[in-house]
Design a protein around this ligand. Structure first.
Ligand SMILES: CC(C)(COP(=O)(O)OP(=O)(O)OC[C@H]1O[C@@H](n2cnc3c(N)ncnc32)[C@H](O)[C@@H]1OP(=O)(O)O)[C@@H](O)C(=O)NCCC(=O)NCCS
Length: 354
């Protein structure tokens, strides 16, 4: 699928010459500005470290679109985990076109290339991608190509300057009897692998809407893959695991990321409490202990951002207590490869004519 004036090619971003990596990083910088205009400009070195990092046990494909001057104006990336047996069909996908180059057919052309690249990956491959209401064209595009909305989500943001520090300090001392918190920085020690996995599996109780996704079963190998990726990009990962003293079981966890190259933003990752341990305020306690540490140890942090399903009342309740407010609304979309092929003219009906 050609779009006049543009060149599309399949690339491995890690293997590109530095000048082309920088050209790609500039597109990502522009896209971040569209979604989070309240943030400082994302530093190129933070973006480049992600472009250059290797993820173990994943299949990837990438397609870029350049204009006649060699500027990268469009990009699509898709990846599939090779060590998540419950979800071998899920292809996490990100499609981006520079705002000055939209509505010329580039989005559809990039999709056509990535569909062709993913063809033999899985018979029921399911592309998953996220749109948000700060760039509403994404949702219109996805609707147009026949993607199905799978899960509406909120990105909530906590402005650190507004935090009620006294309340957080009080919640951080809740100390529910019978539990202790283990603190992990960047690498999970061998004695906490099993409790972390037990706690992390509780994330499967999270609402999944209409998403055709199996349970997420964390493994030791996946933990090490993630540690390696975070080390390569130079991001800190702080984890708290709540351990049930009587049994040694992992009862809950919460985690955050912070990259010193973009120190203003803290990403609040997963938080979950295993069913058998709910009702003891473990969720609020863990989040308050983490927040208390952020307030002390990350003085350059301005915002903490986190994504929650719209229907996740318990987690949204804790976040509201902590002072999180809605920043933007997102939708996680899904598109089976058969429908994607039809949308870009590669479906069975047209394949014979090609
Ligand atoms: C989604 C995105 C990649 C689309 O790129 P694009 O090059 O403008 O897409 P196309 O020109 O191929 O559009 C194909 C069709 O989608 C629909 N569409 C695209 N943008 C639209 C908009 N803003 N409003 C209404 N319909 C739209 C139209 O039907 C369009 O065909 P038309 O222009 O002939 O009417 C671009 O808007 C973008 O980068 N958005 C931000 C990132 C994002 O949300 N990505 C999607 C999730 S991964």
């Amino acid at each position: 699928m050609n779009v006049t004036g543009y060149t599309l090619d399949r690339v491995d971003p890690k293997a590109l010459p530095e000048a082309e990596q920088v050209a790609l990083a500039r597109l990502f910088q522009r896209m971040s500005q569209e979604t989070v205009p309240e943030d400082p400009e994302r530093p190129l070195d933070a973006i480049l470290s992600r472009i250059r990092a290797t993820s173990a046990n994943e299949w990837h494909a990438w397609v870029r679109a350049r204009d006649a001057n060699g500027n990268v104006v469009g990009w699509v990336a898709t990846s599939r985990s090779l060590n998540d047996p419950e979800n071998p069909h899920v292809a996490w996908t990100e499609l981006q076109v520079h705002p000055d180059h939209r509505r010329k057919g580039l989005g559809r052309a990039l999709l056509a290339e990535i569909v062709a690249a993913a063809e033999s990956q899985h018979p029921e491959l399911l592309f998953m991608g996220m749109s948000n209401d700060r760039a509403p064209g994404g949702g219109h595009f996805l609707e147009r190509i026949g993607a199905q909305p799978g899960l509406p989500m909120k990105t909530n943001s906590l402005t650190i300057a507004d935090v009620d520090r006294a309340k957080v300090a009080e919640w951080a001392k809740l100390d529910p009897p019978g539990y202790r918190l283990e603190r992990v920085d960047n690498v999970v020690p061998p004695n906490l692998i099993a409790p972390f996995i037990e706690a992390a599996n509780a994330i499967n109780d999270m609402p999944r809407g209409n998403l055709k996704m199996g349970d997420w079963k964390l493994t030791e190998e996946q933990i090490h893959d993630r540690e390696s990726w975070l080390k390569q990009i130079g991001s800190n990962w702080w984890l708290l695991v709540a351990v049930h003293e009587a049994t040694g079981e992992g009862a809950g966890f919460t985690e955050i990321n912070n990259d010193p190259k973009q120190p203003w933003v803290v990403g609040q990752g997963g938080t979950a409490v295993a069913r058998a341990h709910r009702g003891h305020k473990l969720g609020l306690w863990m989040k308050a202990v983490m927040l208390d540490r952020i307030l002390r140890d990350l003085p350059a942090a301005t915002y903490i951002r986190t994504g929650n399903a719209n229907t996740n009342a318990q987690m949204l309740g804790i976040n509201t207590d902590l002072g999180f407010k809605l920043a933007w609304q997102s939708i996680l979309w899904q598109l089976p490869i058969a429908d994607a092929k039809t949308a870009v003219g590669l479906g069975t009906a047209t394949a014979g004519a090609r």
